[in-house]
Design a protein around this ligand. Structure first.
Ligand code: AMP
Length: 221
């Protein structure tokens, strides 16, 4: 399965990607996770990306396209991939199309996850993330609380609120989504790959996507 997940922050792209990847052999590739790992490790990439991320702005296209080019060539991607948070601009989507063409790979589906703004704000302000860069498990204070002492249930590391998950930073990220990323919906509609789901639970979203994948003309499942 080779899927692009589209949708604003808090739409559930990461959750759905994790569920689809477990058991299918397809790898979840989250550019946000890669960048946060680089920031925590203090690498040159992390130092370059940090300011943009803290402000809720997009990291420059050339940086992201370089990372993804290397990542998609990884042998673990041969069984499929779920792109969570990439592409986020038309120029990233064009670069992805060109790269996949060179690698002789076709996409099955671009899934557009549509979620109302009030639901997003509620989800993101109650979201907590494992601080271990190799884990980054996601929790929610209401629906999936971390273990006692705000610890990750998977690896035991402290669970934190991301700097870009304050109300101000979230509003900025939503504005940027509308301006820079929402045109991707039309881009993938024109490619004949778009599938839209408005489901609000992970179970229903997963069901919708699995059904759509079954009907996708170029599906590699
Ligand atoms: P996410 O975890 O996907 O919400 O990403 C967190 C932050 O990482 C974003 O607000 C951006 O600053 C940066 N980022 C992640 N993916 C991309 C991308 N494809 N293009 C540019 N910036 C990105």
């Amino acid at each position: 399965m080779r899927i692009v997940l589209l949708g604003p922050p808090g739409a559930g792209k990461g959750t759905v990607a994790r569920l689809l990847s477990s058991g299918s052999g397809a790898v979840q590739i989250s550019t946000g996770d890669i960048l946060r790992g680089a920031v925590q490790a203090g690498t040159p990439l992390g130092r370059e990306a940090r300011g943009c991320m803290d402000r809720g702005e997009l990291v420059p296209d050339n940086l992201i396209i370089g990372i993804m080019e290397e990542r998609l060539r990884g042998p673990d991607c041969r069984k499929g991939f779920l792109l969570d948070g990439f592409p986020r601009t038309i120029s990233q989507a064009t670069a992805l199309r060109e790269l996949l063409g060179r690698l002789d790979i076709t996409l099955d589906l671009a899934v557009n996850m549509v979620v109302p703004r009030d639901v997003i704000l509620d989800r993101l302000t109650t979201r907590r993330t494992c601080s271990n860069p190799d884990c980054q498990e996601i929790f929610n204070l209401k629906t999936r609380p971390p273990a006692e002492g705000a610890r990750c249930t998977e690896c035991g590391a402290p669970v934190v609120q991301r700097d870009d998950e304050t109300v101000d930073a979230i509003s900025r990220r939503l504005e940027i989504y509308n301006e820079k990323s929402s045109p991707l919906v039309e881009f993938y509609a024109q490619e004949g790959l778009l599938f839209t789901t408005t489901s609000l639970t992970k179970e229903e979203s997963l069901k919708d996507i699995t059904e759509a994948l079954g009907q996708a003309p170029r599906s590699t499942r």
